[in-house]
Ligand binder design. Structure first.
Ligand code: GRF
Length: 193
């Protein structure tokens, strides 16, 4: 990656839409000595996202963008990111699709976590589809974001076994636990390939 850590941690924004459990684990990781990043900005498209509470809890700046008019929202977002000197973005359960123009501005510096073993099950309802197909394994993937949905270069994946009486929610829970570990590992890998 083109980012250099130097002495200071790389200023990172996390984009969320919901619970923010991945955000919480990223914040915890960012506070460890080995972390190359600091979390300095939390962005949400949803004012009711529970994850926004972590902003208060950890004293991190948060901002909500409507995303009704994507062009407008993104240009305002870009200004805000610039103001905060944000160099890297981690998408963590962010349910909006960013435009090519936005992605280009942060080329190679946007990461996403996805709850499937990509390239399998891009998009939504990954656990449902894995169960429907009677897959033996599912898992999660951290990848770079490019212009195609869930298709950027894979950084790391973690496999999870699907057991006999697995339900969508039991599988989601199992995978989420792995997501929390995988995101930090993937960030370390990006900075120390
Ligand atoms: C995670 O499973 C993530 O992979 C997916 O949405 C979920 C978000 O969970 N894209 P949380 O908001 O981090 O708790």
């Amino acid at each position: 990656m083109v980012l250099s850590t130097g002495r200071n941690k790389v200023r990172t924004a996390v984009f969320i839409s919901g619970n923010g459990s991945n955000l919480k684990s990223l914040i915890k990781f960012s506070k460890t000595k080995k972390s190359p990043i600091s979390i300095d900005f939390i962005i949400s498209n949803n004012s009711k996202a529970r994850g926004l509470n972590y902003g208060k809890l950890f004293k991190i700046k948060t901002k909500i963008f409507g995303f009704k008019n994507i062009k407008l929202a993104e240009s305002e977002l870009l200004l805000n990111l610039k103001k905060e000197n944000i160099e890297m973005i981690c998408l963590a359960g962010f349910m909006k699709i960013l435009s090519n123009n936005f992605i280009r501005k942060f080329k190679g510096k946007i990461l996403n976590i996805h709850p499937s073993l990509l390239p399998k099950y891009k998009g939504l309802n990954t656990h449902r589809r894995a169960l429907k197909n009677k897959d033996k394994y599912s898992g999660c993937t951290v990848h770079f974001v490019n212009s195609k949905l869930d298709s950027g270069k894979i950084i790391l994946q973690k496999k999870v076994k699907i057991t006999k009486n697995e339900t969508e929610s039991s599988l989601a829970k199992k995978i989420l636990i792995q997501e929390h570990k995988l995101y930090a590992k993937a960030i370390l890998k990006v900075f120390n390939p």
